[in-house]
Write a protein that binds this ligand. Sequence first.
Ligand code: ADP
Length: 209
Amino acid sequence: MDTSPSDPLLVALTGGIASGKSTVADRFAALGVPVLDADVVARELVEPPSTALEAIVGRFGTGVLQPDGRLDRRRLRERIFADPAERLALEAILHPAIRHTLRDRAIALPDAYGLIAIPLLNEASGYDWVDRVLVVDAPRAVQLERLVRRDGLSPALAESMLDAQLGRERRLALADDVIDNTGTPAELDAQVHRLHARYLELATGAHRA
Ligand code: ADP
């Protein structure tokens, strides 16, 4: 009963690659909902001068820098894609800083509720301060087809990107709410509107009671 206007309901938005996270985030944003994005924060955090960037260079060498001293994201991506140990090392540098930044910004939101897009959310990623988890879900075949179409990838590369991600069942197990994005954009919109009404209702009630 002590919910105050300065205490927004925080909803993590996640889903597999090409499930429709960005599309959903855009729909909520169009309704006036603030959307924070872990990927955007990750990019901000490595803009020089940056302690995170220094740590990355310390671990991966200057080969992951562009001539202008900024991070060569593509080169780094290639390094971590091929090697799980390298990926874990990068995550150990970046993820705590991303989490802290998102949390600071999220709790300062002046709105009734806010979304935090976290593509790599999993059971252990430390976002226990969010109030709810919203998963955008689509069957693997639909993800594959959208991924190939959106990014012009070969089906084989798209498959390997899906294989590198958290499985659908484990992701769904995290969900308080699910958007089924198998259907048309109009069907997606209807689900977003329903959830928006629900979140407003929760935000003005005692969601932390
Ligand atoms: P994510 O952010 O999860 O990677 P996107 O929102 O970029 O996924 O969606 C992947 C692709 O599928 C995009 O090209 C998007 O326009 C398209 N898309 C998303 N939802 C639908 C839908 N319901 N019907 C058809 N295409 C969709």
